[in-house]
Design a protein around this ligand. Sequence first.
Ligand SMILES: [Zn+2]
Length: 250
Amino acid sequence: MLKNQFLPTTLIFFISVIAFFIFKNNFHLSYWFLSVLLFLFLIIQSLGAYFIQFNFHLTSINSTNTTEKKVVLTFDDGPHNPNTTKVLEVLKKHDVKALFCVIGKNIEGNESVLQQIINEGHQLANHSYSHAFWFDVWSTKKVTNDLAHCQQLINVYQASPKLFRPPYGVTNPNIAKAVKKLNLQSIGWNIRSYDTSTNDIEKIKQRIVSQLKPGSIILLHDRLEYMPQLLEILIPAIKEKGYCFSNINV
Ligand SMILES: [Zn+2]
């Protein structure tokens, strides 16, 4: 698995190769070879940014440290009215606690929904204030301000929130610096439901259940209209496999 430390190692390797070819005076070969290396470097960087599980740019909790059959449901992009409220109803009915990764700007106007999330024993995570399209190319300062704004809003409901779910699951060095500065803990997943790509709830359920492992963290979206119907078949299917639901300990 790729690690954060891989980045400086890679840079040192490339600088060494450049130095070698310059000293060999073989500029034609070095140009071709360095182009290939640069391409590979960019591919590695991009894969590291896209796959949060690689822990390439920052270390995320992608599964909980347990051998027991426990999983965590996580919901991104809320709070949404009325869909989050409907999701909460289903969770309450099945006595399941979950993690809600909320967008700061969505809290405004949905304060009662956020209060309900807390009152019913669920956890909150910072999913940025803006969830902006260009979030991943922002400077460290801009990312830090955005995350700090969301922290302030969440702090009203849950003291000292620690968890941060990167928007789009994308990570990069600037986001890593902002996370460190704000003393947050990135939270990823190891089961991506792809619930935003299809509304075939049977298919989504099968995809999740087939990947269950002790400590699995499942990515879902509470803003989706069909999420309550999905949960009505997903929760019993997970329980049938002998699993129960847990929170994230931070
Ligand atoms: Zn999101």
